[in-house]
Design a protein around this ligand. Structure first.
Ligand SMILES: [Zn+2]
Length: 168
C-alpha cells in the first residue's frame, strides 16, 4: 500500500487536480478505507455548507436602487455639510457686529463690515485688549460661545456621518 493521499482529497473534491492526479486519487480511494472515509467526510461538510448557504437571487432592479440611493445620500450629506459649516461662520459674523456696536468705533462701519472683515478683526482684537476688564470678559464669553457652537456643529457632523455609514 502506497502513502495516503489526504493532501490531495480536498483538491480532488474541488476538481482542482490534473487528469493524472485524479486517476491516482481514484485508484487509491478504491483500495483505502481511511482515505475514502475522509473523502466522504469532506463531501458531507461541503454539502452542509452548500445547503446552509443557498444562493439568493438578487432582484434585477437592486443595482439601480443602490446606485440611486447612494447618489441621494451623497447629495444630502453635501448640503448638510455646507449648512453646518455656515453656523460657526455666521456666529462669528454676528459676534463681530455686536463687538462693533459695543466698541462705538468709527472703524466698525456696519455697512462695510463684510468687506473689511479682516481689517476689522485686527482692530477688534486691539480694541478689546486695550479696553476695560468688562470688555475682555465679554470677549472671553464670545470666544467660549464660538468654541461651543463649533464643537456642537462638528459633533452633529460626526453623528450624521456615523448614521450614514451604518445604513450603507
Ligand atoms: Zn489512504
Amino acid at each position: 500500500m502506497t502513502d495516503h493521499i489526504e493532501d490531495l482529497i480536498s483538491a480532488y473534491i474541488d476538481y482542482e487536480l490534473t487528469e493524472e492526479e485524479r486517476k491516482l486519487v481514484e485508484e487509491h480511494l478504491e483500495q483505502c478505507l481511511e482515505c475514502s472515509a475522509l473523502r466522504n467526510d469532506l463531501l458531507a461538510i461541503q454539502n452542509q455548507i452548500f445547503t446552509s448557504l443557498r444562493p439568493i437571487e438578487a432582484p434585477v432592479s437592486l443595482e439601480d436602487k443602490v446606485i440611486t440611493e447612494l447618489k441621494m445620500k451623497v447629495s444630502t450629506s453635501r448640503t448638510r455639510l455646507r449648512k453646518w459649516f455656515l453656523v460657526p461662520i455666521l456666529t462669528v459674523l454676528v459676534l463681530f457686529v455686536i463687538v462693533a456696536i459695543f466698541s462705538n468705533s468709527i472703524l466698525f462701519n456696519l455697512s462695510s463690515i463684510l468687506v473689511k472683515f479682516g481689517f476689522n478683526m485686527i482692530y477688534a482684537i486691539g480694541n478689546v485688549l486695550g479696553a476695560e476688564p468688562l470688555m475682555v470678559l465679554s470677549m472671553a464669553v464670545i470666544a467660549l460661545v464660538i468654541i461651543i457652537t463649533s464643537g456642537l456643529s462638528i459633533k452633529h457632523l460626526l453623528k450624521s456621518k456615523v448614521i450614514q455609514g451604518d445604513s450603507i
